[in-house]
Write a protein that binds this ligand. Structure first.
Ligand code: PLP
Length: 290
């Protein structure tokens, strides 16, 4: 790939690049080195999955992508075309159960905070085998807590994921599957890469949609499943101390759909086994995927 002339010509009378320990002529650098996604996390992404040869929630993911792009003012890329690319790559893969990751960044340019409106967005997609782990659903997982140190626009699926990365690493270090974010006021927001639900009796609680959480696609379908099986839904944030009375906990995330949570911040939930409504939600969710 040849570097955009625009990048090379601008101010390149004296520029030296070094990649690892090698000096590289600037004009030979891959434009990927100039991707604003790398310097600023200046881009948005989506993760989708397929079940048995069919992409799940494609329209929902494309709609969220459109919202994310608009929110950070990336224009010049047609989401309908991206939808086509996702379908094309998936059809090419010919694998029934895959994870589809893609991102759109603002483009490649010399590093400068402000951008030129003529920049061409960069697109990257990776489709990979999805490995199911039935143990997760059968036994449930433990979650830890982590301060929600994210910015005030968590509704945008932006490439800036440092808080999520740190939270996940902290959870893994503690032997947990996922970290649950607690905001400054002590309320649960969501998981570092999942929506989080609490069941009290026959009522499913989850954080209401706002700029503080990602509008999770799985969340939407879990709430639909909950309504289908006749559970009450309350969209209200709660604090960890309210979990003393909780009956069941669960996570929702695209690649794994519904995962029972049996331990929260070191405390075992009830008998430490996946709850009956969680199991029902797993079954009900499965119906959306066939
Ligand atoms: N919340 C956050 C912060 C996430 O990163 C994710 C997914 O990675 C989710 C929730 C779940 O979203 P979805 O159900 O669309 O995968």
């Amino acid at each position: 790939v040849k570097l955009d002339d625009e990048i090379i010509q601008k101010e390149f009378f004296m520029q030296i690049a070094m990649v690892q320990d090698k000096i590289v002529p600037v004009e030979q650098l891959d434009p990927a080195y100039f991707d604003r996604g790398l310097y600023f996390g200046d881009g948005v992404y989506e993760v989708l999955r397929s079940y048995n040869g069919k992409i799940f929630g494609l329209d929902e993911h494309i709609e969220r992508l459109a919202n994310s792009l608009a929110a950070i003012e990336i224009t010049g890329i047609d989401v309908k075309e991206i939808r086509g690319r996702v379908q094309e790559a998936f059809d090419t893969a010919k694998v029934p159960n895959v994870k589809i990751y893609f991102h759109v960044t603002r483009g490649s340019a010399l590093r400068s905070h402000g951008w030129d409106n003529s920049l061409k967005p960069n697109f990257f997609m990776l489709i990979s085998d999805l490995e199911e782990d039935p143990e997760l659903k059968a036994k449930g997982v433990a979650v830890s807590v982590y301060p929600d140190i994210r910015w005030k626009r968590c509704d945008i699926k932006s490439l800036n994921l440092l808080p999520n990365v740190l939270a996940q690493q902290d959870a893994t270090r503690k032997g947990c599957f996922e970290a649950i974010f607690l905001n400054d006021a002590g309320f649960i927001t969501e998981g570092s890469s999942s929506a989080f639900f609490q069941i009290f009796g026959r009522t499913v609680h989850t954080t209401p949609l706002s700029k503080s959480i990602l509008p999770s696609i799985t969340r939407k379908f879990v709430l639909k499943a909950a309504a289908n099986v006749g559970l009450e839904i309350v969209e209200k944030s709660i604090m960890p101390n309210q979990l003393k009375a909780v009956d069941e906990l669960l996570l929702g995330t695209t690649t794994k759909d519904v995962i029972p949570v049996v331990e929260f911040d070191g405390q075992t939930i009830r008998d430490g086994r996946p709850g009956k409504y969680t199991k029902q939600l797993i079954e009900e969710f499965r119906l959306f995927t066939v």
